[in-house]
Each structure stands twice: as C-alpha cells, then as structure tokens.
Design a protein around this ligand. Structure first.
Ligand code: HEM
Length: 239
C-alpha cells in the first residue's frame, strides 16, 4: 500500500483564501468601474464650454468644505482608488501564482471555449489581463502627468483644465495614445466583467455564458466609446 503523503505546508488563513481574494478582485474592480463611470460622465462637461468645465474641476476640490480642507474629498477619493488598485493587483497576482503552483507551472484550462485553438482561453486572458493591466497602469501615470499636473503638456501648458484638455487632444498622436490605452482598458474590462460573472456563479449553461459574454462586451464598448467621444470631438473641431 502506498504511504500517504502529508501536506506539510501551513494552512492559508481565511482572509487569503481564494474565495476571499476573488471577492476582493470583484469589490475593488467595482470601485474602479464606479470611478470610471463618474469620470466618463464628467468628461462630457467639455461640451458645455471652458467656464463650465473649469468650474466642475474647481468644484471637485471644494466638495465637503468647510468640514474638509480644500481638495480633502478628492484626496479621500485618491486614497480609496489607490487602495482599490493595490488590492486588485495583490489579489490578481496571488491567485495567478496559486493557479500556477496548483498546476505544476502550466496554468489551468479554466474557461473552456470551443472557439480557442488550445480549447481554452488562457492565452487570451493572460495577455488581456496582465499586459492590459500594465498598459493601463502606465497610461494612468502618463494621464495624470498630462491632465492633472500638466508636466507633460503637448500643445501648451495651461492653468485651465479645459485648455489643457483641448490643447492636448488637438494633436492626433495624443488622441492615438489615449485610444490605444482605452482599447486595452476595454479588453481588460470585458474580460474582468466576464470573470466576475463567472465567480458569482452565473455561468451555468452555454446559453447563459453567451449572454454574459455579450453583456460584458456591451458594457466595455459603451464605456470606451463614452471616454473616446470628447478627445475625438476636440480633434475634429466639434469642441
Ligand atoms: C479620453 C478620456 C479621458 C479624458 C478626456 C480624461 C480627462 C481628465 C482630466 C481633464 C483630468 C484632470 C481633472 C482635474 O484636474 O480636475 C483627469 C484626471 C484623472 N483621470 Fe482622466 N480622462 C480620461 C480617461 C481616463 C481613464 C481611462 C482613466 C483611468 C483608467 C482616468 C483616470 C484619471 C485619474 C486617476 C485622474 C486624476 C484624478 C486626480 O487625482 O486628480 N482618466 N482626467
């Protein structure tokens, strides 16, 4: 009779269990999506002209005054966003390493798909989520240096957020860099939403799976179009 092997590894604490980490991915992802919806909506103020756009930017810094200091609410939002990004990346990396460890470094065929050459979506998902995540991270740094701090000022620096936005998006390659980053964000969102639906347990049949895939695609495309409308409106002289 074969001698049973003992698992000598220390048990994983509950807060680091895969189910908790999956929930962390979903909750932090939802916080980030909530920010994106509010941000995309706010960007449409560019169609209301310079005064309205700059007043909106100033208002974001005055929320909660005098209870909070100037920019206080904005700093709370920034800290929440940074915490959400940190938790999202930590949970993603831990789950990915656990998956590799459990499958002798090969990864597992988790999302079975008859469309994929290898019979599962691993290469598509890993490319979209990992490299897409890196592109989005680099974009956010570039974007803050461009439109918040204005250290990067293609088209000319300005104290007016409206002028910063319009000066930048009048240049085709600035719009191109944003478009590339937003396409990466779209793929990331589409797959992230789909994975969240699957984690919740909604992926119960091929028919439901097709509907969930469709819903994830619609949300991602709508979000990306909402973000891309203002830059292209500036580029084509509508704003
Ligand atoms: C083409 C679409 C976008 C436009 C036109 C745009 C516009 C702007 C503007 C004008 C600001 C400065 C606001 C101010 O200082 O009052 C800003 C800040 C910011 N944007 Fe965007 N944005 C776009 C896409 C995105 C995307 C896709 C993300 C995230 C993935 C993002 C994340 C941020 C962040 C984190 C800030 C800094 C907020 C802060 O700490 O002050 N933006 N954006």
């Amino acid at each position: 009779m074969a001698t049973p092997t003992l698992n000598t590894r220390p048990p994983i604490p509950t807060w680091r269990s895969s189910i908790v980490l999956k929930s962390v991915m979903a909750v932090s992802g939802l916080i980030l999506v909530g920010f994106l919806i509010a941000h995309a909506y706010g960007n449409f103020k560019v169609f209301s002209g310079q005064e309205a756009f700059d007043a909106y930017s100033a208002y974001l810094r005055e929320i909660g005054q005098p209870l909070l200091p100037y920019s206080g609410a904005l700093w709370i939002l920034r800290i929440v966003l940074l915490a959400a990004i940190g938790a999202h990346i930590y949970a993603a990396v831990t789950l990915w390493r656990r998956n590799r460890g459990a499958t002798a470094g090969k990864g597992a065929a988790r999302y079975v798909s008859s469309n994929a050459r290898r019979g599962h979506q691993r290469s598509y998902a890993s490319f979209t989520m990992r490299w897409g995540g890196v592109v989005i991270g680099l974009f956010v740094i570039y974007h803050i240096l461009h439109l918040t701090t204005n250290h990067i000022a293609p088209g000319g620096a300005s104290g007016s957020p409206y002028e910063r936005t319009v000066n930048g998006f009048e240049i085709w390659w600035v719009v191109a860099t944003y478009t590339i980053a937003l396409i990466a964000l779209g793929f990331h969102l589409r797959h992230g939403l789909w994975a969240a639906f699957a984690s919740i347990g909604w992926n119960r049949s091929p028919r439901v799976r097709a509907n969930l895939n469709f819903a994830a695609t619609v949300v991602a495309v709508a979000m990306i179009l909402a973000f891309l409308i203002p830059p292209f409106a500036v580029l084509f002289g509508v704003v």
